[in-house]
Write a protein that binds this ligand. Structure first.
Ligand SMILES: Cc1cc2nc3c(=O)[nH]c(=O)nc-3n(C[C@H](O)[C@H](O)[C@H](O)COP(=O)(O)O)c2cc1C
Length: 183
């Protein structure tokens, strides 16, 4: 089973999270590759079973380098080249006040592209214990700012949640590919 984790990151938070997701996938036996979006050739996606897409929330949505690679998949859409593959999304966000500004919108906008491509988006199941630390139903969402919006380093609980998300995705991938139905 093969996966590709693509990410954008300006200040290192999303990169750290992408690394941890990749570690979680690899630890569960998936051949996982980690690629910055600006180095990703979309043709490489045709060779994987799972594409994990993410980056920071910018101005209420996905950062533009993530949007750019999402748009570039139109050539795969034309050929139906991604149909039936799994997709998963993650974001890091600063947030202000009690909630992040745009984390859900960013995740859902990635899901919309998965749908256009005929892919199967994988949620972050709430039964995974680490969901409470960085979970939204549409994927992993890691808050990297304090209540005043000041940037904070990625916390160990968040790194652990990212690894758990990767391991969970590996489990779903195995079940889908092997036709297993048990939770
Ligand atoms: C230009 C810019 C716009 C941002 N807009 C938002 C936003 O709309 N909502 C939010 O929650 N965080 C926002 N942030 C905070 C980032 O999402 C957050 O700091 C993120 O974890 C940075 O990831 P990185 O270190 O990988 O670049 C913004 C940051 C920048 C630089």
């Amino acid at each position: 089973m093969k996966a590709l984790v693509s990410y954008h990151s300006e200040y290192g938070h999303a990169e750290e999270i992408a690394r941890q997701i990749t570690a979680g996938l690899r630890g569960a036996g998936v051949q996982a590759e980690l690629v910055r979006t600006d180095a990703l050739q979309v043709q490489r996606l045709v060779q994987v079973d799972l594409w994990v897409v993410g980056g920071p929330v910018h101005m209420g949505g996905v950062a533009w380098p993530v949007r750019k690679i999402l748009d570039a998949t139109s050539e795969l859409w034309l050929r139906d080249a991604m149909e039936g593959k799994l997709g998963a999304a993650f974001v890091t966000f600063g947030g202000l006040g009690g909630a992040g500004g745009g984390a859900e919108l960013a995740l859902l906008s990635i899901w919309a592209v998965f749908a256009e491509l005929g892919m199967l988006p994988v949620p972050f199941a709430k039964s995974v214990p680490e969901f409470r630390d960085a979970g939204l139903h549409w994927g992993l969402a890691v808050r990297t700012g304090d209540e005043a919006g000041a940037p904070q380093p990625v916390q160990e609980a968040q790194r652990k949640a990212a690894r758990a998300f990767g391991a969970y995705l590996a489990d779903v991938l195995a079940r889908v590919r092997q036709g297993g139905g048990d939770a």
